[in-house]
Design a protein around this ligand. Sequence first.
Ligand code: ZN
Length: 145
Amino acid sequence: MTMLKEVKSKGLYMGKLSHGADLLDEITGICSQKHVRLGRIEALGAVQHARLGYYDQKSREYDYFILDQGLEITNLVGNVSVKQGQPIVHAHITLTDSAGRAYGGHLAQGTKVFACEMVLEVFEGPTLERGYDEATGLPLWKQEE
Ligand code: ZN
């Protein structure tokens, strides 16, 4: 079922992440620090290596894979919402190698920043809380009646 909520932009942060940091943990940490509970993220840069997920729709489990090389972040898009009371970042990333070949997937812990420039837009609006979704097996935004 489609769910749409109205949100309003409350402000933007723009900055660079630490060399050597875990990309997902660093973004999640910034959201916690700044008390962001609703927002969106975009970023570009490079990683030293990556760990991405692919959701297998039949087994309803994430398969994770490692890309063990330096890669360009040609795109990272994500959102911030709430799961069990804490900010949770859901991001997908596209990475390219020296020949321009692209890899992509669900950003997982274990992706190490080489350099990363990020924009975080903070929204105000209703809380979007993640909870188990029967149809997909994923922790999606819960529909409030
Ligand atoms: Zn995902």
